[in-house]
Design a protein around this ligand. Sequence first.
Ligand code: SF4
Ligand code: SF4
Length: 468
Amino acid sequence: MKDFPIPVVAESIQIHPRSIKGRFRSFKSIVLYLAYAVFFILPWIPWSRPVGENQAVLFDLVAKKFYIFGLVVYAQDIFWLAALLFLAAVLLFFSTALVGRAFCGYFCFQTLWTDAFREVEKMIQGDRVKRVRLDKQPWNKEKIIKKGSTHLIWLFFAFWTGLTFVLFWGYAPDLIVKFFTGQAPSAAYITAFGLMTTTYIAAGLMREKVCQHVCPYARFQSVMIDKDTLVPTYDPERGEGKQGRAKPIKALKTQEARHDAGVGDCVDCGLCVQVCPTGIDIRDGMQYECIQCGLCVDACDQIMDARGWDRGLIRYESENGLKHGKTHFFKLRTYGYGIATLGAIFFLLWSMSGHKIIEATARQIRSPLYTTLSDGRIKNAYEVKVDNKSMFKQSFNLSLKDLPEAVLDMGGIKNVSLKPDEKQRIRVKIIRDPNKSLAKRTKFQFILTPIEGKIKDPIYINSQFIIP
Ligand code: SF4
Ligand code: SF4
């Protein structure tokens, strides 16, 4: 019987990318430091507010409020989250149409955490050559110590990532003490250790395999990329010439000699492959594994600089540009994504700027709908609800509009006075003489006139008065 020619499960090779310096590596590092600073420091930034915890960013699930610096987001503002997700999606489509998987290469959590884990590995085990050698050598004291300490630091880093995430959901200084004294809610331990496990597996063990086999974006990105999208590209015309690439042997050291021999500028050093975090050879053309991190551009630039040749053998280029055509950034698709992105931004800003910090409603009490008093006048009862969503005290005078000669009975309350973040329900009665009112239903408004606090404009609440 013949052997099956194709392996059912692809062989897994550990990729040890080589470190490289350059423009894109520097940009990646800046993004990484900023992202880490934001994530790890944010729960520890204090923020003074009259109610709620004094933590700048806090997602308080019990109170159903999200505190984001001066902004308080309530559960009913959840559509902001939907708008934010929509914005993230169209921004991703827009950026992918222009610059391919730039999000994957520079901003994705998987890339950021894998980068940091690789940095730890490099610090303990050395750069690429030393790591490859360590992998190949038998298990001895050196290998156990180096590999063991790498995994220990990874585990600690993954744990701190999980714990930091949890600290956004409670008052960090208290929660961390409770966490380490066993008094935190079980959800905190489940979340922290769950995230620790997934971070360790994704950033430490699986790394590029997450991008290749788990993340769906790699699979559908080709739909958004077209001939005008800028992606890291190897220029085969320049690199191969007519006779292909060739090592810089003595007779092929200078560019002139190479061109005379019909050989391209690629000196086949393999550096672009060695630095690639997904282990692919960009010279084989665009591949779905490429996360478009630009490190191969840095690598090739370094080789070109060393030889005194122009940079750009590997560069951010579009398919049209590579064929000496024009790259069209402005076309229907990018306009569409751009307009959708701007629309989502404007909607969010408009919705947040018009955010009502005082919510007021009036519900007519319907059992009974009206009462006839002994003197013949008619009484309707209402429940007026006022919710102060602000962080300051606010007082109002309650009165009526478009209901002439009506008497407002507030049951002894003079005005509506609310502390920061306080809700009040007030039972009020309106009494009218039916002889002076012809309509069976009279539409009117309650008016909340500000008398103290930052709100200056009156608030109107629609309602109706009913007679038999
Ligand atoms: S780094 Fe540049 S010169 Fe070296 S193999 Fe890659 S494409 Fe060729
Ligand atoms: S080929 Fe590799 S190094 Fe080059 S952009 Fe793609 S993932 Fe990065």
